[in-house]
Design a binder for this molecule. Structure first.
Ligand SMILES: Cc1cc2nc3c(=O)[nH]c(=O)nc-3n(C[C@H](O)[C@H](O)[C@H](O)COP(=O)(O)OP(=O)(O)OC[C@H]3O[C@@H](n4cnc5c(N)ncnc54)[C@H](O)[C@@H]3O)c2cc1C
Length: 307
């Protein structure tokens, strides 16, 4: 075992893993995080804490992940390259490890111009693949970037990366994923899947590159809450593809039943991706819907979780 986290145990023992996203609050009240964590306890194997998602300031992922550890719920701390240089990132990782955080997801981060601080200075000192490689070196050789001197103690990390099977250029997506696997990603969580055929096509390319052998893939899913949300995502979020058939189902659902239809579609997608060779789990990104996740996991036939 590399880090001995629950997520690593579930994946390495061949169970189909379930993770879900917890969005930190735009404020300093820890009870908001605790309440969301309590909804997710027992329903998932680990909980991802987003890092200033949409480039909007929220409580830090490090602080939220530490709150979860204290509450007995395993976090996956998300870490973007957008806001910190290599000194700050490595310092936060050492601090996170000291606080008992074992899973880290390395990502670029949404562009700062999209968020609530468009004047912020973007950092991108290292990119997400370099971050994966840096964390692997820190864990396996106990060395920081640019140094051969060992740090004190071990830094047990289970290292994750994001993958987007749907962004352009499509023909490069499997190769870009392979680069992260070679850099040392132990697991990957994908952008949300609505177009299962397109995702299956990407998985086929990933398998032909052998990239799924060392890096376990968790397919991302988002339960749609309304037709408005579905149309907004389809039209405005780059890298998200929603087939017309799903848009039509959401449009046809009466307003008060749209959320239930969104959950039904999400569970259908989970069942379909579960059957694709090389998919090791799912990652549910239910925006401000953490309390609905146990129901989604149950409806998808994925409860109880392995203990
Ligand atoms: C599961 C998941 C969780 C996320 N959580 C957060 C979050 O907490 N906070 C947040 O702000 N954002 C988050 N995002 C958004 C994400 O960081 C952005 O969508 C970002 O644009 C892609 O992140 P990445 O790490 O996959 O990017 P990368 O793989 O680093 O790629 C960034 C961009 O550069 C391109 N690229 C990369 N390498 C090359 C190359 N060699 N040649 C040419 N082009 C290249 C990619 O195609 C992509 O467009 C999340 C996304 C996912 C899928």
């Amino acid at each position: 075992m590399k880090a001995g986290s629950n997520l690593e145990t579930v994946l390495s023992t061949g169970h189909f893993a379930v993770t879900a996203e917890l969005g930190p609050p735009r404020g300093a009240d820890p009870s908001v995080v605790e309440k969301k964590a309590d909804h997710l306890r027992g329903a998932v194997d680990a909980v991802n804490i987003t890092d200033n998602q949409s480039a909007i300031v929220h409580m830090s992922s490090l602080a939220c992940a530490a709150i979860l550890v204290k509450r007995g719920v395993e976090p996956v701390m998300q870490m973007t390259c957008r806001d910190r240089n290599r000194i700050a990132i490595q310092s936060d990782i050492l601090g996170a490890s000291a606080l008992g955080i074992k899973n880290v997801l390395c990502i670029s981060g949404d562009h700062h111009s999209l968020g609530d601080q468009p004047g912020a200075k973007k950092v991108y000192d290292i990119d997400s693949t370099q971050l994966v490689a840096a964390l692997k070196r820190l864990r396996d050789e106990r060395c920081l970037l640019g140094s051969d001197e060992e740090v004190a103690g071990t830094v047990p990390l289970y290292i994750g990366a994001a993958a987007n099977p749907f962004a352009i250029p499509h023909e490069l997506r499997a190769q870009l994923f392979k680069k992260k696997a070679i850099a040392g990603a132990d697991f990957a969580q994908t952008q949300c899947v609505f177009d299962v055929a397109m995702f299956a096509d990407w998985m086929e390319k990933v398998r032909s590159l052998g990239a799924h052998a060392s890096c376990r893939i968790l397919a991302g899913v988002i339960p749609l809450k309304s037709f408005r949300m579905a149309r907004y995502m389809a039209e405005n979020v780059p890298g998200i593809v929603i087939p017309d058939s799903i848009l039509k189902r959401m449009e046809a659902a009466p307003k008060e039943k749209a959320a239930a239809e969104g959950i039904r579609i999400c569970c259908e997608i989970i069942r379909q991706v579960k059957d694709i060779e090389g998919v090791a789990g799912i990652h549910i990104m239910a925006i401000e819907w953490e309390h609905r996740i146990p129901d989604i996991v149950g409806q998808a036939g994925l409860l109880p979780r392995p203990s």
